[in-house]
Design a binder for this molecule. Sequence first.
Ligand code: NZQ
Ligand code: ZN
Length: 389
Amino acid sequence: MYNFVFQNTTKIYFGENQLNHLGEELKQYGSRVLLTYGGGSIKKIGLYDKIVEQLKAAGLTIFELSGIEPNPRHTTVNKGAEICKKEKIDVLLAVGGGSTIDCTKAIAAAAFYDGDSWDLVTYKAPVTHALPLLSVLTLSATGSEMDAGGVISNMDTNEKYGLMHPLLQPKVSFLDPTVTYSVNAFQTASGSADILSHIFDLFYFTASPKMDMIDRIMEDVIKTVVHYAPIAIKEPENYEARANLMWASSWALNDFLSTGSFQAATCHAMEHELSAFYDITHGLGLAILTPRWMEYILDESTAPQFKKFGVNIFDVDSSLSNIDGAKQAISCLSNFFFKTLGLSSTLTEIGIDDTNFKVMAEKACGGGSLEGFTTLTPKDVENIFHMCL
Ligand code: NZQ
Ligand code: ZN
């Protein structure tokens, strides 16, 4: 395993009624708050009113940016940064899923930059300062509530990139599983696929050395999601299921599971091209891609890890050969995504054809190749996209 430094500074309030601490936490960073949210789900579930009540009770002045899109746009980041500059905002409060939190992270940095926020996302300009940011998570998926990254899209150029900087780490995040009761079956399934993919893609299926302790914990987090996601879909108000998914979301991507290992992000790089061109839901794209990617790279070197995954997660017969065990594991994962969780299984079903595959594959490889469990060339990526049709 590799040496590592681990530091995660986000303070978590987990459980019901923890929002009572929101005012006191925000006040530590100032009095002028920019409250950011998406298309209105927080109003439908009564969360908006609860938050405004807390902020008013704490004597804070509230400004708002609403309408943050799923796959948030750099133009919305620019809007938020303008409000921060004009209204001399002290602290940001993101209430929503990964898109709202990500957009707000980029706003935090763009508030100190005079040009287009896209310069920051593409690292043409460095992040030098950032406003402090707190979050109230409403969808279990991305881990943005406890990591230092945000993913922003530019739909004019069909580009979607991650902006990472330690200054973007949320100071405090509130995780109340009951606010996810209203997340529909599709978003619950997609979010669960995203949580799983963070583990598979970044650290579990890897050619890099790993620490056995971390490998075992990853399998437990995977089992947790495989167990509770179907329950949350059938019983949206099952607290235990929602709570387990929520905490799994945070721990899948808060840097703990990458300790001692090398992080890749093969399926994520391919999926970001799908969202950048077709504005699809991130977790859905990952669910469609992952089993095809596994099938494409299956050989004697990758089979043992795929088989181990099948044996430990889906009770695949351990006496099978590595290749046969791996094939069964891939089939079990496909069944889980497409039958148990009910996600669409092909790009064709969601209206995507091969028109842009070549250019998407080249972009996913960033002008070179895609490093990961195995190295993929643009031609390999294009082939994987074709397998998804
Ligand atoms: O816009 P609103 O009204 O909030 O509705 C949202 C949106 O339509 C809805 N929703 C959220 N909470 C809800 C709810 N509906 C009912 N009840 C609730 N409690 O769900 C829809 C999707 O929301 P979104 O925030 O887009 O979903 P998610 O959390 O999956 O975020 C996806 C974005 O995060 C990025 C993705 O690429 C994508 O842009 N990622 C961020 C990462 C990070 N920061 O580390 C890593 C990930 O790999 C990922 O790339
Ligand atoms: Zn993801």
